[in-house]
Design a protein around this ligand. Structure first.
Ligand code: AMP
Ligand code: GLY
Length: 422
């Protein structure tokens, strides 16, 4: 099969590496890709959300399957454009991608489907939002309603902090259009995990679970990021509990989407909180997580390509996906200044040394080659160092050995990834 993979992050490098192992793959293109994906296929200089250019390229190259990595192209209609052009796409339509693209839409779907989630209200008026916060009290959560790359959420410990966040987003426009309306939610307390499933219509097939580490600093301190590392499986959330969570949090949503005439097809990533009263939904994402995918895909023991093709065709049930019982971990190395203002340009060394270690692989994200053909920092999350192991402890030791082998001026990482899963 000829595959066009869309995106340029660590998740896409991991997807490319996984697809490259498939005996069914005959050609792999990545738009736009990164220096890591260039070693696995052909990078194409088309932006991930440039739908017309992606479609033209896919038709010219007789692509059999389009695999979307990030949410942005899905939210602007990549799957719909593929369908109109007669191309298979392993991702949801624009209407179904609203599950991720609009927090108030996904709340509506949860309420209609009876999916347990935090009570929340949407506001377009600053004063009304501020009054509501005073009434509800803290802790309380303020979210920009639109897409904000995982950075549009403030979990406020005090009323004043929540009200400041509302003013920042709505009056000062710190989140741009995404923050013109906000959703204010009760705070859920518990262990947060990410649950992944392939979905088509009312069918959901469990992929597995991982735990992300969203804050920039050790012990979950500092601002939220796109994710600083992930471990799979998370502690206290075994396959049986994952299946049970799918029943409560995902399958009713799929039914509701079918009922609305906008069935979901693609990867569902349910962010959830394991609370005292059972799992509660934090949010739906319509794609693999980054850096969860890097860890999860290392554990995959079956061929990903036919599974994604079946997903695109809606024939999921007949294509099993299997995972090893091993543990996997991904540790993000970021640029100094991330997430606010990452510093670019430092020369990266040691990736080959890290990959020479047993069980370790490195997936690139914010990297590029400079004029001297050196690999340099070109984004906030620069790369992720990943490892498999028989236990979380072994995977973790291996990955951190990999991290220590890699260096650049300003490299930053958390030292406690996976600690809670031990
Ligand atoms: P989201 O973009 O909705 O995933 O939110 C980003 C992060 O904020 C989540 O991963 C959680 O860590 C946190 N968060 C979001 N909503 C809540 C909530 N209702 N209660 C507690 N934490 C939350
Ligand atoms: N790691 C969280 C995300 O991909 O949204």
């Amino acid at each position: 099969m000829r595959v066009l993979l869309v995106g340029s992050g660590g998740r896409e490098h991991a997807l490319a590496a996984t697809l490259a192992r498939s005996p069914k793959l005959t050609a792999l293109f990545i738009a736009p890709g990164n220096p890591g994906t260039a070693g696995l296929g052909t990078n194409v200089a088309i932006g991930a959300s440039d739908i017309p250019a992606l479609i033209t390229f896919a038709k010219e190259q007789q692509i059999d399957l389009v695999v979307p990595g990030p949410e942005a192209p899905l939210v602007v209609g990549l799957a719909d454009a593929c369908a109109a052009a007669g191309l298979a796409c392993a991702g949801p339509t624009q209407a179904a991608a609203r599950l991720e693209g609009s927090k108030s839409f996904s709340k509506d779907v949860c309420y209609a489907a009876g999916v347990p989630t935090a009570r929340g209200e949407r506001f377009t008026d600053v004063e009304a939002a501020i009054t509501y916060i005073a009434e509800r009290g803290a802790p309380i959560v303020v979210k920009a309603d639109g897409l904000a790359a995982g950075k549009g959420v403030v979990v406020a410990q005090t009323v004043a902090e929540a009200q400041d966040a509302v003013r920042e987003m709505m009056t000062h426009g710190t989140m741009g259009d995404a923050g013109r309306s906000v959703v204010i939610e009760d705070c859920l307390v518990g262990e947060e995990v990410s649950l992944f499933a392939f979905c088509s219509g009312e069918t959901a097939m469990l992929i597995g679970a991982a735990q992300d580490h969203k804050r920039i600093g050790d012990n979950d301190t500092g601002p939220n990021t796109g994710g600083m590392g992930a471990v799979s499986p998370p502690r206290g959330f075994d396959r049986a509990a994952q299946e049970a969570a799918l029943d409560v949090l995902v399958r009713p949503m799929l039914k509701e989407m079918v009922r609305r005439g906008t069935p979901f097809r693609g990867v569902i990533f349910a962010g959830l909180m394991l609370t005292e009263t059972g799992p509660q939904l934090i949010e739906y994402n319509v794609r693999f997580g980054d850096p969860e995918a890097q860890a999860l895909l290392l554990r995959l023991t079956s061929d990903l390509l036919p599974a994604l093709a079946a997903l695109a065709e809606g024939t999921l049930d007949t294509t099993p996906v299997t995972f090893s019982d091993q543990a996997a971990i991904s540790i993000v190395m970021a640029a100094r200044g991330y997430p606010a203002a990452p510093e670019m340009g430092a020369v990266i060394s040691g990736i080959a040394d890290a990959e020479a270690l047993e069980g370790v692989c490195v997936f690139q994200a914010g990297t590029k080659e400079n004029a001297a053909r050196e690999l340099v920092v070109a984004g906030g999350r620069v790369l992720s160092v990943c490892a498999l192991g028989d236990t979380v402890q072994q995977a973790r030791d291996r990955a951190y050995a990999g991290v220590r082998a890699i260096s650049w001026d300003g490299a930053a990482w958390r030292t406690d990834i996976g600690a809670r899963a031990l």
